[in-house]
Structure formats: structure tokens, C-alpha cells
Design a protein around this ligand. Sequence first.
Ligand SMILES: Nc1ncnc2c1ncn2[C@@H]1O[C@H](COP(=O)(O)OP(=O)(O)OP(=O)(O)O)[C@@H](O)[C@H]1O
Ligand SMILES: [Mg+2]
Length: 240
Amino acid sequence: MFKLSDITFSYQDKIGLKNLNIAIKKGETIGIMGPNGCGKSTLFKLLTGLISPQHGTYEFDNKLISSKSLRNPVISNYLHSHIGYVFQNSASQLFNESVTTELAFGPTQMGLSNQEIDIRVQDCLKLLDIEHLANRVPYQLSGGEQKLVAIGSILTMNPPVIIMDEPFNGLSPKYQKLVQQLLLKLKAVNKTVIISSHNYYYINDVIDRCLLFNEQHTLEKDLTPDAIESNADLKNSLEY
Ligand SMILES: Nc1ncnc2c1ncn2[C@@H]1O[C@H](COP(=O)(O)OP(=O)(O)OP(=O)(O)O)[C@@H](O)[C@H]1O
Ligand SMILES: [Mg+2]
């Protein structure tokens, strides 16, 4: 589903990703881990077409994704309708006047009926246990509340691929557990899920593979949970 071949991306004078080769199959759940600044969020921006590599190729469902190909609305719509992306900074993702309209925004753009939109919004408010936030103004919410609303605004579109950049950040234990359960539910319905986290503990139950990045902005290890479990030093270095 995702195929990255020898990708290099630099911001003006700063390297984001270097010589990166990654393949992800449909239905896989992938953890992305690595030190601050190693390129996790840059990878997500690249997968979602917000940035394009200076070197190497990125294919999504066998379609070449590049700054040029994304000018073709067929390619661009395909990519954007297939991937839901929860930003690391949820505040920059929320722009509607209420939580309900925020959750309704995506399905409205998709042209769904009002009845279907209402069902999806109510289902996602319930799934995320944020019904009490329905009439609040998103930018006035706490960081953790905004994170949950950002996740909800993606789930109401029901995309086949869901990318979440540090979804556990800022969540209290109750909601951390809820998001862990949510990830298991997404896996059970065969979604392709890519999650970054600084704590392996939150993702070890759900991931099929953990891609470990290093300070050189590239993939250092591609590990199964079993391989991590059998290496106590490595596991300790990924948890706190
Ligand atoms: N807009 C930008 N302009 C210039 N450099 C940037 C920009 N965004 C990120 N970088 C740099 O690119 C590198 C990769 O950043 P990125 O945000 O992908 O890291 P990350 O792995 O997500 O880190 P964190 O764990 O802190 O979220 C870092 O060195 C960062 O300083
Ligand atoms: Mg990041």
C-alpha cells in the first residue's frame, strides 16, 4: 500500500528524512518510534502529500505521489480520501465553531446525507467518550480534549488508512486506555494504522511492526513486538 524508495527530504537547510526505504501493507498496524527531531512527523507529512521528497519515490496503492502528480485532482483526491491524519499539534487541525461541526466537516465534504452525518458524529462522540464536549468551541478546549476531537474528526470520515502522530500525548490514563482500545478496534476492522509514540507501552498490544528511526533521520530497525520483548535493554529504551 505504501512504498517509499530511497526518500530524502530536507527543509531549507535542515534534513528531515534521509535515504528512507519503507513498505507497509494494507491492514498492517505500524508503530513509528525514535528520538525528537528524527523525522517521524516529516514522514507523516510526506505520506499524506503535504510535502514531497527531493529525492526518491513514494507510491501509494501503486500510484506515484509527487508534487507533480498531486496537481492531478484524481491522484490528489485518491490520496486524501484514503488517508486520515491526526496531527501532532491538534490545535492546528481544528477550525470549526463547535465540536459537532468539527466532526461533521469531513463527512459533509464527502457529500453524505445529513442523516448519515448525524449518525457518524454521534457514534464518534460516543466512541471517544466526548459527548459532553459536543457544543464546545474547539479552540477553547484543553490540549487533551483537542486531541480527542481531532481523532474524532478523522474517524467520522472512516478512511481505510489512519495516521496518528503521538495520539497519546496529553491524554489522562482513562483516555490513553480508550485510545489503545480504539486502535485495537481499528485493527479488528482491517484498517491500515500508522502511529508514532515516544512510549512503546501504549502501542505494543496493537502493532505488527515497530519502525525505529535514528538521529540520522533514517530507519534503523524494523522490529516485531516479539523481537522487542526478547531484548530487555531495547524494550527499556523504548518505554518509560
Ligand atoms: N518546518 C520546518 N522547517 C525547518 N526544519 C524543520 C521543520 N519541521 C521540522 N524540521 C526539522 O526536521 C527534523 C525532523 O523533524 P520532525 O518534526 O519530523 O521530527 P519528529 O521525529 O517528529 O520529532 P518529535 O519527536 O519531536 O515530534 C528536525 O531536525 C526538525 O528540527
Ligand atoms: Mg513529531
